[in-house]
Design a protein around this ligand. Structure first.
Ligand code: SF4
Length: 359
């Protein structure tokens, strides 16, 4: 389904499950008993992207795209570690294509034949600085993901939607089937994975239900989805079509909570979503907060201070707990690579910081 079969991936969503999910409302779910968040630094490794999604301000066209140097990566990571972060959140476009000659020339000069090869070096730098890498390099083939899986605590990519939408259109459009294949690859490789849906980009209610159920189906096959982000699209210099209203966000958030197992977090990003209006819809995670870097994906929407998260938790009447970029049950169940295990066990300040976030 959804074009995933072209990538050899079997994703099944039953019509009766879709129908049932479409009838779910906030009254069908319970509020969480605790909220979690992670302390991260954004490391925008490159702003090159082979796609041109119409709601996205992250990517820069060829000739204008940035590529952080190893020194810049180290500087950001050191500042993050000094500020008490646990996570280096590597953000990307999607695998830069041949149009990005400058990016490829620079990578070549640094001894890398691909952005994934460079990502591996960047993750090593983050680990060296005392941070756990979580990379989001867009769609990945098995070979690409294999190259970096053992130096990441977890990885992610937004599914966004299983629907073919115009906002992904144009000469270079990303395909839902390929995103689902990336999710399946993470499952096959045993990588704890974050994904999510983007609400308000031209999908309808059935698409939302099917997107959530497609994620659930892959999680049932592999057990690797740690959290699902329910993110509204927001206005920016490339997208002027507005955001979904609060009722839409309430219903779709409740649908995700209802459909997904309890062990899968439902995350609402407070700098983009009306989190206070979603507290009774089953959200249990507030995503990452960064004391030292901007949210480079949505630079016009500043991350709320930690204080704001505390206020939200207080309003919900539940405790706020800091977590690692990898959810605790994956640590306990032995999903991590020896390299990441060693970082967690390290007898140093970073190891202590990591262990403080484990129950
Ligand atoms: S949303 Fe992601 S894939 Fe689409 S243009 Fe932006 S960076 Fe590229």
């Amino acid at each position: 389904m959804f074009g995933a079969e072209a990538y050899g991936v079997d994703v099944r969503v039953a019509e009766e499950d879709t129908e049932r999910l479409l009838s779910v409302t906030p009254a069908d779910v319970s509020a969480t008993s605790a909220l979690t968040f992670a302390r991260n630094v954004f490391v925008p490794l490159t702003t090159a992207c082979r796609y041109t999604c119409t709601y996205c301000t992250y990517y820069d066209p060829p000739g204008q795209a940035s590529l952080l140097s190893p020194e810049e990566v180290r500087d950001i990571c050191e500042r993050g570690a000094d500020a008490g972060c646990t996570e280096a959140l590597f953000t990307f476009g999607d695998d830069p294509d041949d149009r990005y000659t400058r990016v490829h020339e620079q990578l070549d000069e640094w001894g890398h034949d691909s952005i994934h090869s460079y990502l591996r070096e960047a993750c090593e730098i983050a680990l060296d600085c005392g941070l756990l890498p979580h990379a989001n390099p867009g769609d990945q083939t098995r070979e690409q993901m294999e190259l970096v899986a053992d130096v990441n605590a977890s990885m992610g990519v937004m599914l966004e939607t299983t629907a073919e939408i115009q906002a992904h259109g144009g000469p270079r459009s990303k395909e839902p089937g390929q995103r689902l294949a990336t999710l399946a690859t993470a499952g096959e490789l045993g990588v704890p994975f974050t994904t999510g849906i983007l609400v308000g980009v031209g999908e309808d209610w059935r698409d939302r239900a099917e997107s959530i159920l497609a994620i659930r189906d892959l999680h049932e096959q592999y057990g690797h989805i740690q959290e699902v982000i329910i993110q509204p699209v927001v206005n920016n210099e490339r997208w002027q079509s507005g955001s979904p209203d609060n009722e839409t966000m309430r219903r779709v958030t409740a649908m995700a909570r209802w459909a997904l197992p309890e062990s899968v977090g439902v995350q609402s990003p407070p700098n983009l979503a009306p989190v206070r209006d979603l507290l009774d819809c089953g959200i249990d995670d507030l995503g990452g907060v960064s004391p030292v870097t901007d949210d480079h994906i949505n630079p016009e929407y500043a991350w709320p201070a930690l204080r704001e998260l505390e206020d939200i938790a207080e309003e919900a009447g539940v405790p706020l707990r800091e977590r690692l970029p990898v959810y605790e049950h994956y640590v306990e169940d032995g999903w991590l690579s020896p390299r990441i295990e060693a970082a967690l066990d390290a007898d140093d300040a970073a190891g202590e910081r990591f262990r403080d976030c484990l129950g």
